[in-house]
Design a protein. Structure first.
Length: 185
């Protein structure tokens, strides 16, 4: 009976974590809190990752999601809110959300920053009414190896994404299929 109780407890924990990952438009952080968290996350990313800092110098804008919650047990979801910086100033707010299904179990919190290297891709973000990663402009997810060797001369793609501050246990982390939508704060 103890094994069954443990299994039920684990399933309940995953279900609760998955519920936290669902969009909660009214419960989000204030603009000031979100801006503070995003700025701190971006500064920490720059301090730990010279490739991100190099790309950031040439970016026309940077979209930072400081805390995304991802959870699932067969069916999963993820949600987070972020800030778009242009010229070092917060100019807009966005959320990122996604759903998935398949072999998955766990819960995780992470952040990511998207570096827009052209006005064209930044315009696509604004015009698309819901930019879906993997559809439209190419997004290169910079892993640690690529990030360490990246310079402004090797960064030739239009959008780079850096995932950071992964905490928790969740198989398969990625941003493909996430939908990014402008929100009001």
């Amino acid at each position: 009976m103890t094994k069954l109780l443990r299994s039920l407890t684990l399933v309940a924990m995953f279900a609760a974590a998955a519920a936290l990952a669902l969009p909660r438009p009214a419960a989000g952080a204030s603009a000031a809190e979100l801006n503070r968290d995003a700025r701190a996350a971006l500064n920490a990313l720059y301090a730990k990752n010279p490739g991100a800092k190099a790309v950031g110098k040439d970016a026309v804008a940077v979209l930072v999601f400081p805390g995304i919650i991802k959870a699932g047990l067969g069916i999963g979801g993820q949600y987070g809110e972020g800030v778009l910086y242009r010229g070092g100033k917060a100019v807009a707010y966005y959320n990122t959300a996604g759903a998935s299904y398949g072999l998955q179990a766990g819960a995780q919190k992470y952040g990511y920053a998207m570096f827009f290297l052209s006005e064209e891709t930044l315009k696509y973000l604004d015009k698309s009414e819901g930019f879906e990663v993997g559809v439209g402009p190419s997004v290169v997810v910079a892993d640690e190896g690529l990030a360490k060797s990246m310079t402004t001369t090797t960064a030739k793609d239009k959008i780079y994404a850096f995932i950071f501050d992964q905490k928790g246990a969740m198989a398969a982390l990625g941003i493909q299929g996430n939908k990014i939508t402008k929100i009001k704060k």
